[in-house]
Design a binder for this molecule. Structure first.
Ligand code: SF4
Length: 361
């Protein structure tokens, strides 16, 4: 005996797929546009929300399709900054995190691209989890739709800087960003969208070749291969010289200015010599530098004190590029850079990390 027919997961179809699916139902193309609007622009979580669709069409949708969404598990607000860390559960039970960071008129959402991360940066809580799987495109997008629903305000900026390495889930990330950028999707300007990589060169080259319009951030954190490999094992495969060559190729097109993230780890990468090496590495490159005093996420690293951070800032002034110190917002809720660990029920009790190094971006 046959079981009930499997329902179509329509959020996973994308816009073109939705149009095609609607046509297989014998419905007019405008029906697809209506559905898309409900799913993406209005964030509908059930067909009964779609009040301008006929009852007959809604009944048909109920019978043949389903709307899967990320389920909100928790939302922790920061007393200090107003940042909110959202924990979501995917339909398969995996959990991921996103962070909403309001700042004046700007409402930035930091989103995850993978469940866990296989790159194992030592300063990063996500790195401790290891890699579970890539997120699907709709799961990446649904984080933004979910944050908009929960906060009641449309996000203005997106940073793909949460759990995971976006260039190791390239296609799904780019598909999701295309919908965020689409005027008929979430209509977020491409210059308001930033993809942050730990330095996965093939993805960076593809991003450059495909002329993707989004901004690029590179999590650098060290100016020598020895130290970078120690805190970011990905550097073994993609060492600094090759990474910088790929960044320079990206920067050749007009108007492109990469942002380098540099997490300051006391006694490890915050000396005058470190600053000089960083200067030498970035000289002549159109760039910005974000210095991020380390947030204690996993044991072993220390945050430099404010004097030290100020001195580092002075030392790299000759770069003549904009340098800002980003005291990460949301540290009290574990939502600052490097602190997202998407607590999975089976991983919450993992033993404390005891190594001396860690990373973050
Ligand atoms: S810093 Fe980014 S790339 Fe490194 S382990 Fe964490 S999530 Fe992965």
């Amino acid at each position: 005996m046959n079981g009930p027919a499997k329902k179509t997961h329509i959020k996973a179809l994308g816009r073109a797929g939705l149009e095609q699916w609607v046509s297989t139902l014998g419905e007019k193309p405008y029906r697809a546009r209506q559905l898309w609007k409900w799913l993406i622009q209005r964030g509908a979580v059930s067909f009964s929300d779609m009040t301008d669709l006929s009852k007959a069409f809604r009944a048909r949708l109920e019978a043949t399709a389903e709307i899967k969404s990320l389920r909100q598990v928790s939302a922790d607000g920061s007393r200090d900054t107003g940042a909110v860390k959202f924990l979501w559960e995917c339909p398969d039970g995996n959990r991921i995190e996103s962070v909403h960071i309001p700042e004046g008129d700007r409402r930035t959402v930091c989103i995850s691209s993978q469940v866990g991360c296989g790159l194992g940066c030592l300063f990063c809580a996500t790195g401790r989890l290891g890699f579970t799987r890539n997120l699907e495109s709709w799961e990446i997008l649904d984080q933004v739709i979910g944050v908009r629903r929960e906060t009641g305000a449309a996000p203005t900026n997106i940073v793909v800087m949460g759990m995971g390495e976006p260039f190791l889930n390239y296609d799904a990330v780019m598909d999701a960003l295309a919908v965020m950028n689409d005027p008929e999707g979430l209509a977020i300007g491409h210059r308001k969208i930033t993809v942050s990589t730990a330095g996965v060169i093939p993805g960076l080259l593809r991003f450059t070749e495909e002329n993707r319009p989004y901004k690029l951030a590179v999590s650098l954190n060290a100016a020598t291969d020895g130290l970078r490999t120690r805190i970011m094992p990905v550097n073994r495969k993609y060492p600094i010289a090759a990474l910088m060559e790929a960044v320079r190729a990206y920067s050749r097109a007009p108007g492109r200015r990469v942002t380098f993230e540099y997490v300051l780890l006391a006694g490890l990468n915050d000396s005058r010599e470190d600053a000089s090496r960083l200067l030498a590495l970035l000289r002549g490159l159109p760039c910005k530098v974000n210095l991020i005093p380390y947030n204690p996420a996993v044991g072993g690293f220390q945050r430099p004190d404010e004097d030290r951070v100020e001195r580092f800032l002075e030392w790299i002034k000759p770069l003549r590029s904009p340098v800002i110190v980003r005291w990460s917002r949301g540290a009290d809720i574990g939502a600052a850079c490097g602190q997202l660990a998407g607590s999975r029920p089976d991983r919450q009790d993992s033993p404390a990390f005891e190594g001396p190094t860690g990373g973050l971006r």
